[in-house]
Design a protein around this ligand. Structure first.
Ligand code: MN
Ligand code: MG
Length: 624
């Protein structure tokens, strides 16, 4: 119940939020095996404590993708601790920080449904998800959800005059409906999903009818152009149009909002931090930022609370001059120490450095080793079967190639002994192996889709940016076993979402297999991963009927066995692709801070250093 008070009572309410923490509970980079100053919930926790002190009323939310994403998350699953009834360290840290509610992201499903439900045990805060379903009903109201769709938090809040009011704050959560595709092998037949917008349009009025004074949406979805499609991946913009929602926590795309660098989108005000007038915040990833939305609540003549003004901000941990939270460190120190020891175990050796600094412009040993490991595994699986007669190819993507992940987001493994953390670095996702039966024509088109990562380059111009930063590098496939040339002067056939834009466009030329032109009608087996085999990245040839059963071993385990048995040496001789020469033309290419020792690998581009970028990338002029 709301008690009416002085008609001009002002009630400040601060909403704090994390999103996409990805098990970065401590400010530690397990791949590089060193502390970090730009991420970790232990640092965000210090910002949380500061932000709570500044406001008389605050609530704390997490927006999903908290269980997967680094060796700590893998170690927890590997150790079987959840089966033994332990509380997941991410949950333990969130309990300690006093989260008020959370929702699920897509990566929560990467280890399977049973592991997920075990991992949520022991949460002392509600975890809500309105569109992840055990059973899809005729209408959203008839859906059977996996978790509670929403929660009504009752909180005593103090107004500016010190008077206490009891408010009901509804919290509703949304995950990308695409989890069904992204983790098809794990989820098929076990759960269903519904579009974010249609779910919100049906349920938010019910929350209002149930007496909610405020509705907060936890939207594990990005901010993009207005898209009312139920499969929109960036649904937050459309969600902001749903009447009755007062504030939105966004995420999933690992961006920061509000931020002056955010692109112009209709309805989106990246300086004010609003979308169609509603306050929205997106707090980066890995605990890099704390989202802060300040609501100024006033009561109307009927005693109903209204948002009179709102302000959103994202506060970065880097450069804030803060110490990590001892409470978070204490909550997770056992698993942290075990993960560090686990990740340091020597598992093999490499005779050559494996790095991804130039993986977008040059064949890279770091990709070759993944592709070769997949080949070895699939060949064994196909033994004695008719598919064994078909030529075997293998696709791999540069997962860590800078971009949004920043200038440290590269693989960098020196020659010598290899630790488990190095293998985890080479393959950061918990994908499983998969194989597809494809024609030569489909493979040629596959590569055209992949080439969308390059911008179209005008012959004769200098310093043109080469890479489209919006194209996720994990959707850029290289195919081991094929050689080809790339014509950067041609437009891309597909856009960054894998949507066909220009059917006549052709960037891939001189496509060869075993030195012979690729026969469009010939059949091949392509070793790949579960994500790609589900068609993700717009690879439409990856249809269910093309899948060849090769088991479901995690690719990281396959890679581990390969490294243990073979000690990678002198890989990818002769190269598998190059750019067609464009005399008098140069491009600008950004790479990691520690790329210099390897610069001779791209000597054929006669690289010239340019000024490093504001965000710390090294920048080079490459001559095509
Ligand atoms: Mn995420
Ligand atoms: Mg996500």
């Amino acid at each position: 119940m709301t008690r009416t008070s002085a008609p001009d009572a002002r009630l400040p309410l601060r909403l704090l939020a994390t999103s996409d923490v990805h098990v970065h509970l401590l400010n530690y980079d397990y791949y590089a095996d060193r502390p970090a100053d730009d991420m970790g919930l232990s640092l965000t926790a210090t910002l949380i404590a500061e932000a709570r002190q500044e406001s008389r009323n605050s609530l704390l939310f997490d927006n999903g993708d908290f269980l997967q994403g680094n060796p700590l998350g893998d170690y927890i699953v590997h150790s079987g601790a959840m089966r033994a009834g332990h509380v997941h360290p991410a949950i333990r840290a969130m309990n300690r920080l006093g989260y008020d509610a959370a929702t699920l992201g897509n990566h929560e499903f990467n280890y399977g449904l049973d592991q997920l439900l075990d991992s949520l045990q022991g949460a002392e805060f509600p975890i809500v998800s309105a569109n992840v379903l055990r059973r899809l009903g005729a209408t959203p109201a008839q859906d059977e959800t996996l978790l509670p769709p929403h929660v009504l938090l009752e909180r005593e809040l103090r107004d500016d005059a010190g008077q206490i009011h009891r408010l009901k704050i509804a919290v509703i959560g949304f995950a990308p409906p695409q989890i069904l595709q992204w983790d098809r092998m794990l989820l098929q037949g076990r759960i269903e999903t519904r579009g974010i917008l249609e779910t919100a349009e049906a349920l938010v009025p019910q929350l209002r009818a149930a007496g909610a004074d405020l509705v907060v949406a936890l939207s594990h979805s990005g901010i993009g152009a207005m898209d009312r499609d139920s499969w929109a991946e960036n649904a937050t913009t459309a969600l902001a149009t749903v009447p009755g929602i007062d504030a939105i926590i966004a995420g999933h795309s690992h961006r920061v909002f509000p931020a002056p660098t955010f692109e112009e989108i209709e309805g989106v005000d990246p300086m004010a931090g609003t979308i169609f007038g509603k306050p929205v915040v997106m707090p980066g990833f890995n605990g890099s930022h704390l989202g802060v939305i300040d609501l100024d609540l006033r009561q109307d003549a009927q005693g109903r609370w209204q948002v009179a003004a709102a302000k959103a901000a994202a506060r970065a941990v880097q450069g804030a001059g803060i110490q990590p939270s001892a409470a978070v460190e204490r909550a997770v120190c056992l698993e942290h120490d075990a993960t560090v020891a686990f990740a340091r175990r020597t598992v093999g050796e490499t005779m050559i450095p494996l790095h991804s600094y130039f993986a977008l412009v040059n064949p890279a040993a770091a990709l070759r080793v993944v592709a070769e490991a997949q080949v070895r595994h699939v060949r064994k699986q196909l033994q004695g079967r008719p598919e064994a007669a078909l030529p075997l190819l293998s696709a791999a993507s540069p997962f860590k190639a800078g971009g949004r992940g920043g200038p440290r987001n590269f693989v960098d493994i020196p020659a010598g002994p290899m630790a488990l953390r190095h293998v985890a670095d080479l393959y950061i996702f918990p994908n499983t192996i998969a194989a597809l039966r494809l024609t030569g024509a489909e493979l040629a088109d596959w590569l055209e889709n992949s080439m969308g990562i390059y911008r179209q380059i005008q012959p004769g111009l200098a310093d043109q940016p080469l890479i489209d930063p919006e194209f996720p590098s994990y959707n850029h496939d290289r195919i081991l076993g094929l050689t080809f040339d790339i014509d950067l002067a041609s437009p891309a056939r597909y856009d960054r979402f894998g949507v066909l834009r220009d059917p006549a466009a052709q960037r891939v030329h001189n496509l060869r297999h075993n030195g012979q032109p690729l026969d469009p009608a010939a059949e091949f087996i392509l070793a790949t991963n579960s994500y790609r085999a589900a068609g993700c990245g717009g690879y439409t040839a990856a249809r269910p009927e093309r899948i060849v059963d090769v088991g479901r071993a995690p690719i990281r385990d396959i890679l581990l066995g390969f490294v243990r048995d073979t000690a990678p040496v002198a890989l990818w001789q002769g190269g598998s692709f190059g750019f067609l020469p464009m005399p008098g033309t140069s491009v600008q290419f950004e790479t990691g801070r520690d790329a210099l020792p390897y610069l001779d690998e791209i000597a054929h581009f006669t690289p010239e250093p340019l000024c490093p970028t504001d965000d710390g990338f090294l920048s080079f002029r490459l001559h095509l």
